[in-house]
Each structure stands twice: as structure tokens, then as C-alpha cells.
Write a protein that binds this ligand. Sequence first.
Ligand SMILES: Cc1cc2nc3c(=O)[nH]c(=O)nc-3n(C[C@H](O)[C@H](O)[C@H](O)COP(=O)(O)OP(=O)(O)OC[C@H]3O[C@@H](n4cnc5c(N)ncnc54)[C@H](O)[C@@H]3O)c2cc1C
Length: 530
Amino acid sequence: MSNAAELPPAPTVRAELIARLASGGRYDLAVIGGGATGLGVALDAANRGLSVVLVESHDFAKGSSSRATKLVHGGVRYLAQGNISLVREALHERSTLLANAPHLAQPLPFVMPSYKFWEAPFYGVGLKMYDALAGKAGLGPTEFLNAGETRALLPTVRSQGLRGGVKYWDGQFDDARLALALARTAAQKGALLVNYCAVTGLLHDCGKLVGLRVQDRETGRHMEIRTGCVVNAAGVWVDQLRFQDGEGAGHHASPMVAPSQGVHIVVDRDFLPTDHAMLIPRTGDGRVLFAVPWLGKTILGTTDTPRSDLAREPLPFREEVDFILNESALYLSRQPRANDVRSIWVGLRPLVKPPDEAVESTQSLSREHTVLVSKSGLVTVTGGKWTTYRAMAEDVMDRCFSAGLLPAQRGGSTAKLRLVGACPSHHKISDPPGLHLYGSESSLVQSLAGSARHLGGGLTEAMVRFAARYEYARTVEDVLARRSRLLFLNASLAQSLAKEVDAILRAENGTPENTADFVALCTQYHTLPG
Ligand SMILES: Cc1cc2nc3c(=O)[nH]c(=O)nc-3n(C[C@H](O)[C@H](O)[C@H](O)COP(=O)(O)OP(=O)(O)OC[C@H]3O[C@@H](n4cnc5c(N)ncnc54)[C@H](O)[C@@H]3O)c2cc1C
């Protein structure tokens, strides 16, 4: 079988993608949504030799899939909830992901500092169980540390009262770039993927779902897609599509998703100058707090706040920001303050809701995914987490086959499928961004015009050209938020590069000048709520 990591990259010329979409024909499978879930399904199906189309209303990973804590993890805290099967599956998927995209996903050591006599033995025993569950998929043994060893790994951890700590292993990744790698690998396998193309209606015939009405958001053009099977992978937005579906249509259908908002704050690395992450398993009010080294900065977070509106760019609440800054200050020798914040971003977790129950706390809701098949044949999948996207895709495909929505069952596992760009890396994901994130495609990026022209934040003119030619980038935001991650790392630096990036994109794509929306977004990302 051909390995996507070794094939030449497929150009992503928009006119050609739209022409293919408009040309009619019937697909085996159509996927709604280009986040981790939808892209995973598209790749799995294309890898089995099915004809696949995926449409994304905005950019790939514009939803929750670019706003994760960036951990490839089994979920230590689900272990505390006794959810062994969920943890075991996630640990298995963790090692699969690290093997298939080593340029984008790598092991990361964590340290839990302890200030109370019982903490290290209590958490240490749980983490030894975590190791045991991982078995051969383990990344390294859990170790007990004394205070000096803890300080050596977390140089700026609060020393006063420090008794020691526990070190354990999980993984970390670049979520948006992984989403692009999935999209591009699926395209290598023959799938058609189109961003900025929204599903505006479901097409039924005699009560059965037979296709989708879609709209190219750049031109306003409407098109129809014919298919035998539709997978609704629209994240927190799945219910909007379910409510348009045959028998589920109308306001009587109950929602599947209870969104939960998570805020992250990014500060400079000197607040925690280490390539180890810090985990505080129980803050003053019983929450979890992470400080994660990522792409040269430190991410602090996160929160878990129920939210019923489904804004594309949700705003943080003041209490969430205060919680993160105040709690971090308790564990770091230098307190991060409002003017240290380089970026602040908010994501919505698509948590699966028990039917017809009011949701007061989302911390107790299921992190597992759910697949539902409606009478008309709409297959909806939501929940889960980034780490388990591949296993979720396999479950979805099994349901599609067993519901008779696809041609006869076909094999083709993605467990050993290396993604576009995959090659061993000497760099860590916690290192500042650069060419290494392109893996085996680095030399191709370097061959494009402007490879020596550094724009800032690890971005070169050649990388912008590469984003336009091979990575589906259409807007300044696509480049500065998801091909490069500068909006998430340093929003004011991203803002200062907007015009230069726009000029390069215009030369590549012929798109009209447009930086105003992105500049407004940058302001949002570096403004704390009042
Ligand atoms: C704060 C936070 C932290 C997290 N941390 C982690 C972590 O560290 N590790 C981990 O494993 N997981 C983590 N997760 C979970 C993980 O990010 C999500 O489970 C995953 O990204 C969900 O992907 P998705 O594809 O289902 O949803 P999304 O990424 O939201 O994708 C759905 C897509 O559907 C599109 N769409 C919606 N309507 C339409 C339409 N009508 N037509 C076409 N497209 C449409 C949207 O634009 C969107 O891009 C975290 C999540 C959050 C929010």
C-alpha cells in the first residue's frame, strides 16, 4: 500500500476543487465538518477505497480542533472517575498517533509537584496504574521525585512547602497542523475535501437521506452532492443539522450536545523555562490546571464552563481568566499578570448530553463519543477527544456498514498509516515553531520562493506560499492561526504580520485584500475581558 508520507504533495487549487464538487456524480460517503472527527472519518473511508467528499463551512480545524490543550493523552482524570476502558483505548491511540505523525505529535513528560504529605503517594499509585494500563504503549515509567529533583525539572515551581513530586508521561501535538495532515492524507487517498463550503440543507427521497445542498462561501454558489451515506461530524453544531433531518426535524428533537467552554492563556516560556509540563490535579476548588510548554511558549489552562450559545469565536469570562492567572500564581515563583498574556483563546467541547437533562456541571459529562443513526440514515458522531479521533472513525465506519449505508464491508485500517509529512524529528513540539513542523516536506517548503525571508514567529514567505499551494489556505487567518500558530502564541505579533501575509496570499491565490477581520480577531485574542 502506498504511504502518504512518501507521495508528492497534491496541490489544493480552489477552482479545481470546486469544479470537482460541482461536476455531480455520486459519492459513497459525504462528511459534514472538517475537524478531527470528520477528517478522521474521511481518511478512514478513503483508505478503504470508498469515494468520499468532505465539506467544511469555515477552515479545517477552525472549530474545537485547533483549540485543544494539545495533549495526546489517556486522560489521567478519567482514571480517577474509574473509566478504565476509555483510558485504555486512549492510551492505545496515543501511541498510534505518535507513531503515525512523529513530526507533529511527541511524548511529553509531566511533573505533579506535591505540597501535602499524601499527594505524591496518592497520585503516584494512580499513575503507576496508568502505566500498567498503557502496557507496551507506555512512553516511560512514572517516577517519584524529591523536592530538589522536582525543582530541577520545574525550575520556577513555588519552593515554599514543596515536598516532592511525581513525573509521568503523556504526549503533545500541534492540533491544527495535525488536522491539515489528516485532510491532505485523505486527499492523497482520493477524497475530495473543500473548506469554506457549508452544508445548507439535507436532501431526502422517500424519507431517506440521499444528499446534501452546499454553498461555496467564497462565491455564494449553490451545489448538490449525491451520496449513499452522510456523516454529520459538525462538532458542537451537530444538532443544527440533526434538527433539519427527516423525522428528527423540528424543535421536538432533543439536543445531543452540551457544549463546555475551555479557556487557555499563553505566556512567555520564562514563567516555566522547561520542556516538562506541570499538572496540578486539584486546585483550591477541585479543578485541574495545566502549564504546558508548546511551540516556544507556555499554555496555562483550562476551564470547563457550560455554555449554550455556539459562537464561532466564543469570548472568555472574566472569572475564567482570573481562575487561570490566580491559580497559576500559587504554583509559580513569578506570578503571570494581565499584561504578560500573549494570547487567550477559547474552545467549545462537544460533550455528549444525556437526553432531556438539564446540564449544570459539564465536568461530569461523558468524554466518550456517541454515534447515532437516524431513520433517514443520517449518521451523527460527536463527543470523544482529539486523541481518539482514529478509533472514533473506525466506530463510525462500522455503524455505516452495519446500517447498510455503504457498499459491502471493506477493510483498510489506518492504524499503521503514516500521515503526510511523517518522519522522525529531532525537535520537540515544545520548541519554537519552524521548518521542522513540515517533517519530510521541509525541503519542498525550502525550494519555494522566499525561503530565506523570515516574517517573524518562525514563519517564512515560502511557508505562506506552501500554505496557499498545498494546505488549502485561503485567508490570512488560515495562515496565521492554523498553518502557523502565531495567533495562538502571540496575537499582537500575528496582527503585525497580517498585511505581509495577505500580500503573499493574494499573489498566490488571487484573493481580494482582506485583513480587517483578522486584525479584529487578533485584538480579541490579546484583550482580557473587562
Ligand atoms: C478547551 C478544549 C481543550 C481540549 N483539549 C484536548 C486535549 O488536550 N486532547 C484531546 O485529545 N482532546 C482535547 N479536546 C477535545 C477535542 O479538541 C475535541 O474533541 C475535537 O477537536 C472535536 O472535533 P470535532 O471534529 O468533533 O469538532 P470541531 O473541531 O468543532 O469540528 C466540527 C466542524 O464542523 C464544521 N461545521 C459545522 N456546521 C457545518 C455545516 N453546516 N457545514 C459544514 N461544516 C460545518 C465546523 O466549522 C467545524 O470545523 C479539547 C477540547 C477543548 C474545547
